[in-house]
Design a protein around this ligand. Sequence first.
Ligand code: ADQ
Length: 500
Amino acid sequence: MATDAGDSADANPALAADASPAAHLIVVSNRLPVTLEQKGSEWSFKLSSGGLVSALSGLKREMSFTWVGWPGKDFGADDRDKIDRLLSENACSAVYLDDETAELYYNGFANSILWPLFHYHPGEMMFEETAWDAYQRANAAFAEALARVVKDGDLVWIQDYHLMLLPRMLRALLDASGRRGVKIGWFLHTPFPSSELYRILPVRRQILEGVLAADLLGFHTYDYARHFLSSCTRILGLATTGDAVETAAGGGGRVVRVGTFPIGIDPDKFRDALQTDEVRTRLGELERRFAGERVIVGVDRLDYIKGVPQKLLAFEQFLSTHSGGERVVLVQVAVPSRGDVEEYRQLITSVNELVGRINGRFGTIEYTPIHFLHRSVAFSELVALYAVADVCLVTSTRDGMNLVSYEYVASQAQRHGVLVLSEFAGAAQSLDGAVIVNSWNIEEVAGAVALALAMAPAQREASFRTLHRYVAKHTAAYWGTSFIAELTRVRHAADAAALL
Ligand code: ADQ
């Protein structure tokens, strides 16, 4: 499925600028958005969940693209042909990695080094040379796979912290084979930390130099972009302006543009789901189940950055000092995540203990304060849960954006529930109308929950309207088309030397 970035120009003014009608878009992410399953000799796949998948699936409704990524495991040569055919029918293309490289690159480097560092958890960071070697090998495998399919004039949009060496490796292969006019974009879905923290990374130079071979670098918030720019200055000694880096110290280098592109969701998907019989029936059941109780909802991947223990402690504090005799329940959906990394296993244990302690302390035969679902739930169930809740509580200790907050707003047209949102989620910088909290301050969060539950209907409605206006406009498609329009617009880095 070839992509014509110009296709969506009518639908979204962000693209109306000067998108080249011939440009073919290739989106690259660590994982393809699918889980492949074998039944007999036949292969099928189902769509996986997660913030990046949700956002890019929203973008896919607006513009077509080829999606390149790792299919989740190494398949034998016999299966690869079938899988490749199945994927290509769905505009996807696989980069195969041997299982050992994949494990070390993904869990060993991306999730055990870059992820904790970028989320201000340097204590969890375990730097190992073997993992770094695997990260380089995996990025090189992506570069080789892409170099086989990228054509003159294509747009290549690389996603996230797994692929920070890829812009440089791909650029080298394209240059060596004489490919012209290929523009490379890179977007980071996590925070970029303060340079004071980033400089801890043993391979800090290589990682920065890796992404600086792109033409456009995107971040969710202005703060993350600013941290990136100051890391380029402090670590590489490069000149920067508010929105660009010159890649050679002392002038004469290429100019790489740096921009802020806050991601969003596909709100229509939630609005439409709320009209279906399935969701309405389920919503009715939940309303009856929770009659006489107020409902707080939490939906998180069970990751230490999501601040689930902080949320449970704040709820405990709320129950002991703020509930005012009202029956309040917390429905916490915690999607299992990265269970093969030690820190995540410890997190599950401590969350289970907290849930048990709080339910033991405040529960009665008739009342269970915390409903803890340690699993993924179907989309219809998720929407019904969002819709039934009086409050959504997001207590991330760091979070690139946090799409759950957007999804809650998109599901609240009837109830006008209140969003209590950590100031450490990127979303806090966009979502005016939320009650913003310091998620580390247990008493403050408990107080904010009480405030949210007691908020007068007129104030709830006014806050909801402000939130909803933003969520309805800044969609996933808007994010994607804005980035692609900008990538189309920036001068090719090689032609843009000495602009600073
Ligand atoms: P995530 O860390 O995955 O994303 P988030 O942005 O909240 O976090 O997105 C989670 C997504 O998973 C949501 O779309 C949610 O609906 C979905 N989801 C959660 N639980 C589910 C369940 N039980 N069943 C089905 N779907 C479920 C990363 C960054 C974020 C950033 C996004 C996008 O960590 O900060 O916002 O990428 O850039």
